[in-house]
Design a protein around this ligand. Structure first.
Ligand code: OSB
Ligand code: MG
Length: 369
């Protein structure tokens, strides 16, 4: 396949409600969509880099710049391009995993659409629908949190994840456990807000029988997570720290995680995400699919990934209406607490042209030569 051009499109979508984490509050998404144009087919992907470098060092303006200045010239230099060829071609450029992931995914989508293969089948999916959880932001009060959780449970979500930070942890988690009972699948995500010195405090979450605590410590503190894991009963899950299959293998050997959150954007793409899935499976470590408040474009590919065999815990793969009043694709809807894996070739969804136009802030097309 020859890569003729790539369109980089920025769209802006309001969130249905503010999403507060330990690193900030988001009220809207500034999304970079990538469209790979080849003679045979077009492919789509969503870059998950956020507006500010608060979750990771990447941010959306930088992702667009590195694509334009450093990544796309390397892809255009290839005579033929395939999804599998993107990683090796971009390997000399350090970091920028979210930018690389979006380019690889767009090329892979074009390739799979051209050959009529579903993204899910290409990755090795074994299910046609995936269990959905929901990530619930930090709220102003415990009653407001109980209200929000109650609404999500009524909608059918199969697992609740509460964002926590110092000052919003033991009390709200205890209140949710108390209100909704012991059968509720419940977990927490600290987004690096604690230190190892907080271990005695985090041990106060032990009685709530959480599925896991996600990324309590700094992204570089893999050893700290291994030490923490010996001081608390709640299983430790890593998100920010896991940037490759190699790091995942090291973290597992060190005892730093009993569970892994896989986000394709964070690890450089779906092919590396699958390698992490395989490494974890080989070590008996369950995985689940994280999210970055994606539109339907990114969500479609995530749902395909979440259909792989070792994704045994519900993911942050929520329905479109949890995020947006109008998604850019046909909406993902909850069916008995699950999202259906798309059935068309490639990622199996297309942006709705009118919606896309109405949300577009800017478009840049970069061509070979
Ligand atoms: O840490 O998992 C996270 C959203 C943005 C950045 C980081 C995270 C999240 C979420 C929401 O928890 C997941 C989702 O519903 O997409
Ligand atoms: Mg997380």
């Amino acid at each position: 396949m020859k890569l003729d051009a790539v369109e980089l499109r920025r769209i802006r979508l309001p969130l249905v409600s503010p999403f507060r984490t330990s690193f900030g509050t988001q009220t809207a998404r500034d999304v970079l969509l990538v469209r790979a144009i080849t003679p045979e087919a077009e492919g789509w992907a969503e870059c998950v880099a956020m507006e500010e470098p608060l979750y990771s060092s990447e941010y959306v303006d930088a992702a667009q710049a590195v694509m334009r200045e450093h990544l796309l010239p390397r892809l255009f230099a290839l005579d033929t391009v395939t999804g599998a060829a993107v990683g090796p071609a971009l390997h000399p450029v350090k970091g920028h995993l979210m930018a690389k992931a979006a380019l690889e995914t767009a090329v892979l989508d074009a390739e799979l659409r051209a050959t009529g293969v579903r993204f899910a089948d290409h990755l090795g999916a074994v299910r046609d629908a995936v269990d959905s959880g929901v990530s619930v932001g930090i709220m102003d009060s415990v009653p407001a949190l109980l209200d929000a959780v109650s609404g999500y449970l009524d909608a059918g979500y199969r697992r609740i994840k509460l964002k926590i930070e110092p000052g919003w942890d033991v009390e709200p988690v205890g209140a949710v456990r108390e209100q909704f009972g012991d059968d509720l699948l419940l977990q927490v995500d600290a987004n690096t807000a604690y230190t190892l010195a907080d271990a005695p405090h985090l041990a106060k979450l032990d009685p709530f029988d959480l599925l896991l605590i996600e990324q309590p410590l700094d992204e570089e503190d893999v050893l700290g997570h291994a030490k923490l894991a010996r001081l608390i009963r709640t299983p430790v899950c890593l998100d920010e720290s896991i940037t490759s299959a190699r790091i995942a293998a090291a973290a597992i050997e060190l005892g730093a995680c009993a569970i892994v959150n896989i986000k394709p954007g964070r690890v450089g793409g779906y092919l590396e995400a699958r390698r992490i899935h395989d490494v974890c499976a080989a070590h008996g470590i369950p995985v689940w699919c994280g999210g970055m408040l994606e539109t339907g474009i990114g969500r479609a590919a995530n749902v395909a990934l979440a259909a792989l065999p070792n994704f045994t815990l519900p993911g942050d793969t929520s329905a479109s209406d949890r995020y947006f009043s109008q998604d850019v694709t046909a909406p993902f809807v909850l069916e008995d607490g699950r999202l259906r894996v798309p059935t068309g070739p490639g990622i199996g969804v297309d942006p709705l042209p009118d919606v896309l136009e109405s949300l577009t802030a800017s478009t840049e097309t970069i061509s070979a030569n």
